[in-house]
Ligand binder design. Structure first.
Ligand code: URA
Length: 209
């Protein structure tokens, strides 16, 4: 699908299989999501712009590559998106963080916003929105709507699993936002869950069910 990258790295695929297993413990599930977050972050930042800066090694002066521009913003959608955060901040410790609180109305499956806190100059930065489960696509669409309304123009979406229905809907609303995911599953069921999926990511991360 255009505008979508499926990251087929064997380490990511192996960890995803461990997460799908219904017998994975809460602790293991959370650790795996954190590790996968780091690995996907590595891929999603692969083409960040670089500038050459002058430094001195113990031996001589040299021009060396350095990340160009303002620091990135990681924007997890609460609550499951936060599971990616620690791993990503380990990789990019100076990144800023914007929290976007959305929940899915169980009847309408529409996204309802209850929290938004972002750096003031977010419009000048590249923002990576984190939504592990791209199911109906409603949360990701709402999060990107919110960010665009604040003037953000450079956006990327990071998922763990996506349903074809959600991906298509997201791409239709936001064709300018590239999506990275570890897998595209078969379909959504009548309750809006990804099949085969891994169940409710938030509940499995935090042991709430
Ligand atoms: N959110 C989840 O956590 N899991 C799904 O399968 C769909 C939405």
């Amino acid at each position: 699908m255009q505008g979508v990258t499926v990251i087929d790295h064997p380490l990511i695929q192996h960890k995803l299989t461990l997460m799908r297993d219904k017998n994975a413990s809460t602790k293991h599930f959370r650790e795996l999501l954190n590790e996968i977050g780091m690995l996907i972050c590595y891929e999603i930042t692969r083409d960040l712009p670089i500038e050459m800066i002058e430094i001195e090694t113990p031996l001589t002066a040299m021009m060396a590559p350095s990340l160009e521009g303002k620091k990135l913003v990681f924007a997890p959608i609460l609550r499951a998106g936060t599971a990616f955060l620690d791993g990503m901040l380990n990789l990019v410790p100076s990144a800023r963080v914007a929290f976007i609180g959305l929940y899915r109305d169980p009847k309408t499956l529409e996204s309802v916003e209850y929290y938004f806190k972002a750096p003031e100059d977010i419009a000048e930065r590249l923002v990576i929105v984190m939504d592990p489960m791209l199911a109906t696509g409603n949360s990701s669409i709402a999060a990107v709507d919110k960010l665009k309304a604040r003037g953000v123009t450079k956006l990327r979406l990071m998922c763990l699993l996506a349903a074809p229905e959600g991906l298509e809907k997201f791409r239709k609303h936001h064709p300018d936002v590239h999506v990275w995911t570890a897998a595209i599953d078969s379909h959504l069921n009548d309750h809006g869950y990804i099949v085969p999926g891994l169940g409710d990511a938030g509940d499995r991360m935090f042991g709430t069910k």
